[in-house]
Each structure stands twice: as structure tokens, then as C-alpha cells.
Design a binder for this molecule. Structure first.
Ligand code: NCD
Length: 318
């Protein structure tokens, strides 16, 4: 059976728990220097049609630790710039005998489309403003490490939720795991069809952040915005920047998160980004381990799979 990781929305709780748990197992192995049985003779295509630093490098690192070979593909320098369609590119890669794909693309739904054409495992590394499942898995691992659980936590996702695939994947994952999700921001940046997303809308920071265990700041994703979405950056910053003053409304031990890239001084100030509450560096590192879990889950694997089966009885407390 082909396993695609296209989004969190349609994953069941057990699969999410197993992926987080497997990410934890890989973290322990990698950090202790324990040998990981290589998943040799498989090639994963990394297709990034949009810019990326963290996601791309961590997929490369994840593949490296697992012994998978990467075939890197960037839109510039490929036949896309000669007018080839996404469909033809995906079919070409299938016939180049790649074993699976990791893809980032500006269009929502493109990962699903690619999975249909490719017919093998496809992992979504971000499709438009739709989903970014491995980011949510890494964020969940980071929260579980600090708080021990996701169940019962209050998570405030602040800023440009409307254009954020990170917000969507996180909202699905967190709510499935029993957390309360709040979307905090100006009307123009919160989803208008909120009934389709699990979360409650707040337009004021004091109410939105009150009692929050986790505060997640988001970048203004101007590349996806129409004109006039923010009346002024100054106004957004004044009202919705996550900073020391605003964090007083959250719990004293709240975590500060950001998927990166940060626009410092806009959605997040330096003190909060670099302070004791920040787990932004852990988010980056955990991204590698949950991507190992995602690649392993999607590609299947010999010896590691046995290790996974042995450990899977021990569920992550989430
Ligand atoms: C995010 C993305 O690309 O969706 N970054 C990431 O993958 N870590 C968030 C963003 O671009 O603002």
C-alpha cells in the first residue's frame, strides 16, 4: 500500500502518535550516535518549487541519517522554465525511477495531484496555504518534550493564519490531540470559513493569549496576500507582535514558537525570539527527526521498521 503524507487533516490519532514517537526514537538514536540501519538502494526526489531553508535542509539531513539518496530538483534550471507542466515533470521523475518524492509548491492541492501522477510515496513539504504536515509534527514533538503532553493545552496561533499552511496543519494536529486552538489576529488575516478549521477566533491579544501554554507567531506571508490586507505593518506590529508585554497575558511558563523564517521586529521581537521561553531552535532540530519518521513511514524500511514495531507499543503521551 502506498503511503503518502499529504496533510494532517486526514491522519488518524494513532498514526500521528506513532510518527511523533518514531521521531523521538530517531532523535535518541542520532544524538547518542547509535547506528541506524540504512534504507539503502532508494532515491528520494526533493522538489522545491518554492524557497526553503529549514524544510529542505532537514529533509536532506533526515535522508542522510536514514541512508536514502537524494535527487535534488529546483524549478530554476529544470524543464519547468521551458514550459513543462507539473504533471509532465512528475511523470518524468516517475520514469527516472525515483522511489518517492518530497514536494513544496505554491499551489494548494499540488501534493495531492503529484501523488496521483507519481503513484509512489509523496510527502508534502508545503502546498500553498493548505498544509505543511512535517512542520506540525516537529512542533508537536517540541511541545511534548517540554510539556509532556498536548492534551488540554491552550495554543494561541498569532498573526497571518489565513495564508499559513503551518497554522492549518498545526490546528488539525493539536485539536486531534486534545489541545485548544486559538487563532489570534486582525480580521483580514484570520480564516473567514473558520467552521472548516478547528479553532476559535480572537481579535484582541489579551483575550487570545490569556492562559496560553504555547504562543506561536507567524510571518506575514506577503507573497500570498492580496493588496490591502494589512493597513500598515506598524499597526500590525503594535497590535499583534508577540513580545514581552503581550506575553504577560499568557501563562508564566508559556512556550514561544515560530516556524521560521522570522521577520524580527514585526511578528516577534528579539527578546521573545531569543529568550528563555523560546523553543525555536528545538523546532528546527526536531524537524529533522520527524522528517526521518515521515520518510521511514512512507518508504518503509527493514531493520529500523523492526525497531519501530518493538517501540510502537510505548505511545507518546500526547
Ligand atoms: C513556513 C512555510 O514555508 O510554510 N516555513 C517553514 O517551512 N519552516 C512558514 C513561512 O514561510 O512563513
Amino acid at each position: 500500500m502506498t503511503r503518502n503524507l499529504l496533510g494532517i487533516r486526514h491522519l488518524d490519532v494513532e498514526t500521528i502518535q506513532n510518527l511523533i514517537s518514531l521521531g523521538r526514537t530517531f532523535k535518541a538514536k542520532v544524538t547518542s550516535g547509535e547506528k541506524i540501519e540504512p534504507m539503502s538502494d532508494q532515491v528520494v526526489g526533493l522538489l522545491f518549487f518554492e524557497n526553503s531553508t529549514r524544510t529542505r535542509v532537514s529533509f536532506e539531513q533526515a535522508a542522510f541519517y536514514l541512508g536514502l539518496k537524494c535527487s535534488n530538483f529546483a524549478a530554476a534550471g529544470s524543464s519547468i522554465s521551458k514550459g513543462e507542466t507539473l504533471r509532465d515533470t512528475i511523470l518524468t521523475l516517475r520514469h527516472e525511477r525515483l522511489n518517492g518524492l518530497v514536494m513544496r509548491h505554491r499551489s494548494s492541492g499540488s501534493a495531492q495531484l503529484a501523488a496521483g501522477y507519481f503513484g509512489g510515496p509523496v510527502i508534502n513539504a508545503g502546498d500553498g496555504s493548505h498544509e505543511h504536515p512535517t512542520q506540525a509534527l516537529g512542533d508537536a514533538l517540541t511541545i511534548v518534550e517540554r510539556k509532556g503532553t498536548l492534551d488540554g493545552l491552550v495554543v494561541a496561533i498569532v498573526g497571518d493564519v489565513e495564508h499559513s499552511r503551518v497554522a492549518r496543519s498545526n490546528a488539525w494536529l493539536l485539536s486531534k490531540m486534545g489541545a485548544e486552538v486559538r487563532f489570534v489576529g486582525p480580521r483580514t488575516m484570520l480564516p473567514s470559513h473558520v467552521s472548516m478549521l478547528p479553532g476559535t477566533l480572537y481579535h484582541e491579544m489579551p483575550a487570545g493569549l490569556e492562559g496560553a501554554d504555547v504562543v506561536m507567531a507567524l510571518r506575514l506571508q506577503r507573497e500570498r496576500m492580496g493588496e490591502g490586507m494589512v493597513s500598515s505593518i506598524d499597526e500590525f506590529t503594535r497590535n499583534y507582535q508577540v513580545n514581552r508585554e503581550k506575553l504577560r497575558f499568557a501563562k508564566p511558563d508559556c512556550l514561544v514558537m515560530h516556524p521560521g523564517p522570522i521577520n524580527r521586529g514585526i511578528e516577534l521581537d528579539d527578546i521573545s525570539a531569543d529568550g528563555d521561553h523560546s523553543v525555536i531552535h528545538q523546532q528546527i532540530e526536531n524537524g529533522i527527526f520527524v522528517r526521518m519518521a515521515a520518510l521511514h513511514w512512507a518508504f518503509g524500511g527493514g531493520a529500523i521498521k523492526q525497531a519501530e514495531t518493538k517501540k510502537s507499543g510505548k505511545k507518546v503521551k500526547a
